[in-house]
Design a protein around this ligand. Structure first.
Ligand SMILES: [Zn+2]
Length: 111
């Protein structure tokens, strides 16, 4: 508890909270994500929501960048699996596009 952490972090559930996926999840699972006042970060601390970012270029915490990189790659695979399930409301084309977005984000976190 330093009170003056200068870094910008990512939410622990970074891949699931992004705007591109929010609508997809809402239509798939009936979930609607809200924006809490504090969040747990990828590096395991609690910070005000304002100290997090969903833009890879804005995240300065190295541990969070590595976390986000892994999360986006893993989520891309999950989306593709989801689209292959019987009765899935997500088409293969939608899943491919979403997975591509997450792989792109993963690459941006790895820079
Ligand atoms: Zn962090």
């Amino acid at each position: 508890m330093t009170g003056k952490d200068p870094h910008i972090h990512v939410e622990r559930r970074v891949a699931r909270s992004g705007g591109a996926v929010r609508g997809l999840l809402a239509s798939t699972f009936g979930l609607v994500a809200d924006s809490p006042s504090t969040v747990t970060t990828g590096c395991g601390i609690d910070v005000p929501y304002a100290m997090t970012s969903q833009r890879p270029e804005s995240v300065t915490c190295l541990a969070c960048r590595e976390h986000a990189h892994r999360e986006h790659l893993r989520f891309a695979e999950q989306i593709e699996m989801l689209s292959g399930m019987p009765g899935s409301p997500v088409t293969a084309a939608q899943a491919a596009r979403a997975a591509e977005q997450h792989r792109d984000l993963a690459a941006r976190y790895a820079r």
